[in-house]
Design a protein around this ligand. Structure first.
Ligand code: ADP
Ligand code: MG
Length: 391
C-alpha cells in the first residue's frame, strides 16, 4: 500500500480537525453524515465542506452518497491520524520505505530526530478477512464502536501490550516503543524472516532455541498461535527474534493444546524440510536409536503458570474484555471450504446492514458533550494548534 507521507506536510490544522471529526463520527456511523462532521469540527464560515473536498482529493476519506451525503475514513486517513499523533509526541519524525507486507498489516521504517530507525506496524484487520468481521456481526452488532477501526486498534493495542510484557520477561522480541490507534512502533529487528534462510551453521542449536521459546511461553501461560518461519527473524549470528503477537492466547484457552501443538508442528515441519532435521515423537523415548534426534515438547508435560494474561496485560493497558473481543474475531477465520456458504450469508448481511444503517441515522445524538471535549483534546495534540476552540 502506498503511503505518501509528503501529503502530511501540506495538511493544515483544519484538515486534521475535520479528519478527527470523521473518526469520531465513525464510532456510531459506518458512513458519517457530512452535516454531523460539520457540527463536530465547528469550523468557521462553513469551512468544513472545503476541507472535506481536500481530504477526499488526498484519498484520506471516502465519499458515499448512496443514502445521504456522508464520508468515512480510508486506511490512509486513519494512518495519517496515528502518524501525526506519534510525530507530535516526538516518537519519530520521518517515514521511510516499506519493509513488510503481512497478511493483515503494513510495515514501514520510521526514523526519529537522532536518526534511529524503528519499525512501524500499521494493523489492517479486516483487509483479508472482512467476511470474518461480518460473521462476527451478531456478537458485535450492539457495540457502537464496532468496525475495522475498532478491530485494528485492538490488534495494535494487544500487540503492544504483549511485546512489552514479553520483553520484560526476557523474551527475544522487538522493543515496544509506542502505540497509537492501529499503529505500533517498535525497534527494528536486524535480520531476516526465517523463511528466507536456506542454510544454518547450527540447525540443532537454532531449533532448540526456537522450541525453547515455545515452551517458555507456555510456562508463562502463553501460546503464540502463529509461530512459523514468517514470524521468526534471524540474524547473521543466528540470534532469534519473535514478532507478530495479535493472535496470542492463554494456556487456559479451551483449544490451547491444539494451538500449542500446531506451533510446534510448524517449526518441526520447517526444520525437517529445509534443514533435514529428524525428530523424536515422544520426549520419553529413551531408547531412541538416533541420538541426534531433536525432541518434540508435549503440552501436558509443561509446568504452566496462569494469570499472565489477566495480570500483566491489564497492567499494560489491555483489558480482559478487549482480549475477549479480539479473540472472538481472530480465532474463527473462515476456511476456504466455507466460502460459498459465507457468500450467501454475506448477501443476507448486506441487506441487514442497510436496515442497520437506517437505525444508525437516528443515532447522531449519541455523540455527546464529553465526546466533543475529547475531540478538542485530540485536536490539541497537534503542535501547530493555536488554541482556537469551537463554540
Ligand atoms: P503480520 O501480522 O501482518 O503477519 P508481521 O508483524 O508478521 O505482520 O510483519 C510482517 C513482516 O514485516 C515480517 O515478516 C518482517 O519481514 C517485517 N517486520 C515486522 N516487524 C519488524 C521489525 N520489528 N523489524 C524488522 N522487520 C519487521
Ligand atoms: Mg506475520
Amino acid at each position: 500500500m502506498k503511503l505518501d507521507v509528503n501529503v502530511l506536510r501540506y495538511l493544515s490544522k483544519d484538515d486534521f480537525r475535520v479528519l478527527t471529526a470523521v473518526e469520531m463520527g465513525m464510532r456510531n456511523h459506518e458512513i458519517v453524515p457530512a452535516e454531523l462532521i460539520d457540527r463536530i469540527a465547528s469550523l468557521r464560515h462553513g469551512g468544513t465542506y472545503k476541507v472535506l473536498k481536500n481530504l477526499l482529493k488526498h484519498k484520506l476519506l471516502h465519499h458515499d452518497g448512496s443514502k445521504y451525503d456522508g464520508f468515512r475514513l480510508t486506511y490512509l486517513g486513519y494512518d495519517f491520524l496515528a502518524i501525526k499523533t506519534l510525530v507530535n509526541r516526538g516518537v519519530f519524525s520521518s517515514v521511510g520505505r516499506q519493509i513488510g507486507v503481512g497478511k493483515e498489516s503494513d510495515i514501514f521504517e520510521v526514523a526519529n530526530e537522532d536518526g534511529t530507525i524503528m519499525a512501524m506496524k500499521l494493523h489492517r484487520l479486516g483487509r483479508t478477512s472482512f467476511r470474518a468481521v461480518k460473521s462476527k456481526r451478531d456478537y458485535l452488532r450492539h457495540r457502537s464502536s464496532f468496525s475495522w477501526l475498532y478491530l485494528s486498534r485492538l490488534a495494535a493495542l494487544k500487540e503492544f501490550a504483549f511485546m512489552k510484557a514479553l520483553q520484560e520477561h526476557g523474551f527475544p522480541v522487538p522493543n515496544a516503543v509506542d502505540c497509537n490507534r492501529h499503529c505500533v512502533i517498535m525497534s527494528l529487528v536486524h535480520g531476516y524472516p526465517f523463511v528466507q534462510v536456506k542454510q544454518l551453521q547450527n540447525p540443532d542449536t537454532v531449533f532448540e532455541k526456537i522450541i525453547g521459546i515455545v515452551v517458555r511461553l507456555a510456562e508463562h501461560g502463553l501460546i503464540h498461535c502463529d509461530f512459523n518461519e514468517f514470524n521468526i527473524m534471524i540474524d547473521d549470528d543466528e540470534n532469534i527474534t519473535i514478532i507478530d503477537f495479535p493472535q496470542m492466547v492463554s494456556v487456559s484457552h479451551r483449544n490451547a493444546e491444539m494451538y500449542f501443538d500446531r506451533d510446534v508442528e510448524c517449526i518441526i515441519k520447517f526444520f525437517s524440510k529445509r534443514f533435514n532435521l529428524s525428530f523424536e515423537t515422544n520426549a520419553d523415548d529413551s531408547d531412541s536409536d538416533a541420538e541426534s534426534d531433536a525432541v518434540k515438547p508435549r503440552f501436558s508435560s509443561i509446568k504452566k503458570a496462569s494469570g499472565f494474561l489477566d495480570k500483566e496485560l491489564s497492567a499494560s493497558g489491555f483489558s480482559k474484555k478487549e482480549q475477549d473481543d479480539i479473540e472472538k474475531f481472530i480465532e474463527k477465520k473462515p476456511d476456504s471450504d466455507d466460502e460459498e456458504e459465507e457468500e450467501e450469508e454475506e448477501e443476507e448481511e448486506e441487506e441487514e446492514e442497510e436496515e442497520d444503517d437506517e437505525d444508525e441515522d437516528h443515532d447522531s445524538s449519541k455523540l455527546n458533550a464529553s465526546d466533543i471535549r475529547k475531540f478538542d483534546s485530540l485536536c490539541s495534540l497537534t503542535k501547530d494548534d493555536d488554541n482556537e476552540q469551537p463554540e
